[in-house]
Design a protein. Structure first.
Length: 188
C-alpha cells in the first residue's frame, strides 16, 4: 500500500516537472516572439510615413556617409532599407544581392520602392541616375558646389532665366534645369 502511494507520488512529481519544463519553453518562445515583434515595431516607427503610404518612408535616425540609414536589429547593425526589405518579405536578402531604390532616395525604406538586384544592376542603376560619382568629384563637372548654390539662389530670388544662367556659368540650359529641379547635385 505504502509503495503504491510512493509510486503515485513520484509519478505526480514527474508529471509536474514535465509540465513546468514545457511551460518554461513556451514562455521563452513567447518572449522571443514578443521581443522580435517589439523590435520590428520599433523599426517601422523610426520611419517618417507622414507623406503617405505610396510616398517615401524616410529613415529618421542616423545615416552612413553614403546616405543610407543605420539600423540595428537583434544586436546586429544593418542598413535600414535592407532591413525593411527583409522584414516586409519575411526572408533574408539573397547573398551578394543589393537592394535597389526605384525612388533614388537612399533614406527611403518603403518596401514598394525597394527591389533586389545583382551588383551589375546596382551599378547600372547608379550610372543611370547619375549618382556616382557626384558633384565636383565626377571629373566631368564644370561647376563647383558654390556655383551650384549660387545658380539656385539667383533663380529663386531674381529674374534669371535658364539661358542667362547657362551663359553666365558656361553650361547648357539642360544642366541649369537639372540643377534647379534637383535632378543633379541632389546632395547639396
Ligand atoms: Zn522611396
Amino acid at each position: 500500500m505504502i509503495i503504491c502511494v510512493v509510486v503515485v507520488l513520484l509519478k505526480c512529481i514527474t508529471i509536474c516537472l514535465v509540465i513546468n519544463e514545457a511551460l518554461k519553453k513556451l514562455t521563452g518562445l513567447f518572449f522571443i516572439l514578443h521581443s522580435t515583434k517589439m523590435s520590428e515595431e520599433r523599426f517601422w516607427n523610426n520611419l517618417d510615413r507622414t507623406e503617405g503610404e505610396n510616398k517615401c518612408w524616410v529613415w529618421k535616425l542616423s545615416c552612413n556617409s553614403e546616405g543610407y540609414g543605420n539600423a540595428c536589429f537583434k544586436g546586429k547593425r544593418i542598413k535600414a532599407h535592407r532591413l525593411a526589405f527583409e522584414l516586409f518579405h519575411k526572408r533574408k536578402i539573397i547573398e551578394g544581392m543589393f537592394i535597389l531604390h526605384s525612388c533614388d532616395n537612399c533614406k527611403c525604406c518603403n518596401p514598394f520602392h525597394l527591389r533586389e538586384g545583382t551588383p551589375k544592376e546596382n551599378m547600372n542603376d547608379k550610372v543611370l541616375r547619375n549618382r556616382q560619382p557626384r558633384g565636383e568629384t565626377s571629373g566631368r563637372s564644370k561647376l563647383t558646389e558654390v556655383q551650384v548654390l549660387e545658380i539656385r539662389n539667383k533663380y529663386a530670388e531674381s529674374n534669371w532665366t535658364y539661358t542667362r544662367l547657362g551663359t553666365e556659368y558656361g553650361v547648357g540650359q539642360s544642366t541649369i534645369s537639372y540643377i534647379i529641379n534637383r535632378k543633379r547635385w541632389t546632395h547639396i
